[in-house]
Design a protein around this ligand. Structure first.
Ligand code: SAM
Length: 256
């Protein structure tokens, strides 16, 4: 997905992000609370080293987590496949006072072993990108992540998940992809409140049908647990957001 238009500078993802159509605000709140609690009760070494996989040009959630824990010092390493997002993220990170070292590297998260990362990380985050991978890519990613965790390491994810109702849909032999058309319509209705242009909405719909293949939360939890993690989920339906049922935060820790 290198240089995908939606994810490049001037692409529609920035509109989606600033209008909070993917619940980044809520994910950042949940993530900040999880990380604050973890830092106070389970993890006491500094700087806190973060690996942000598929960080994008605006690593919103991780930046909020870092800002929300400003009594701690952080080191940040972002990975993105798109060179213009690597350059943009590097500029964005410069202004964070409690980040004492940062780097953003060009690379493919489905092959993190090839990145030759020279450190272990306390927190590994993937935001809005697991849904681009196949089950086997996601499973391999979790297995490949294991050697990169420092002691008491934490994994966090914010992502799009297939509604559980789709298992019923599947057993009724309807197409697995049908629900995405409903999601696209609901997301369009949400985004139109922000007067976005119809061309951008159409491009985004094409992107979703081509690249977005989310698992259900239950499927994702089973897959991550099978890779050797204890998993906890945070659903977003309690928030007053039109698209809340499609998003969740996953928290996981390696089994000892
Ligand atoms: C939906 S954006 C997510 C950005 C950010 N993590 C967030 O939470 O908003 C997906 C990002 O992942 C990047 N990406 C897509 N496939 C990738 C891959 N295989 N390896 C690394 N980055 C990838 C894209 O270039 C894009 O910047």
């Amino acid at each position: 997905m290198k240089n995908e238009k939606v994810f490049s500078n001037g692409g529609f993802y920035q509109v989606v992000l600033t209008s909070n159509a993917l619940l980044h605000t809520e994910a950042a709140k949940i993530g900040t609370n999880i990380v604050s609690k973890w830092l106070r009760t389970q993890h006491n070494s500094e700087p806190v080293r973060i690996l942000d996989l598929a960080c994008g040009g605006t690593p919103y959630t991780v930046l909020q987590i870092i800002n929300g824990n400003d009594d701690y010092k952080f080191e940040y390493c972002g990975i993105d496949i798109n060179p213009d997002q690597v350059a943009k993220a590097s500029q964005t990170l410069e202004c964070l006072k409690n980040v004492i070292r940062f780097e953003v590297l060009e690379g493919d998260i489905w092959n993190i072993s090839a990145l030759n990362l020279d450190r272990k990380f306390d927190l590994i985050f993937v935001g809005m990108n697991l849904h681009h991978g196949s089950s086997s890519q996601i499973k391999d990613l979790f297995i490949r992540m294991i050697p990169h965790f420092a002691a008491s390491g934490l994994f966090l994810n914010h992502d799009l998940y297939k509604p559980e109702i789709c298992s019923t849909v599947l057993t009724n032999k309807l197409s697995d992809s049908d629900w995405r058309k409903i999601f696209i319509d609901e997301q369009k209705a949400y985004l139109r409140q922000y007067n976005v242009d119809e061309k951008g909405l159409a491009e985004n719909a094409v992107h979703i049908m081509k690249y977005d293949h989310p698992l259900s939360l239950t499927e994702a939890v089973a897959l991550i647990a099978n890779a050797g993690f204890t998993v906890k989920t945070h659903q977003m339906t309690a928030f007053n957001h039109l698209l809340g049922k499609y998003f969740a935060v996953i928290e996981a820790k390696l089994n000892s």
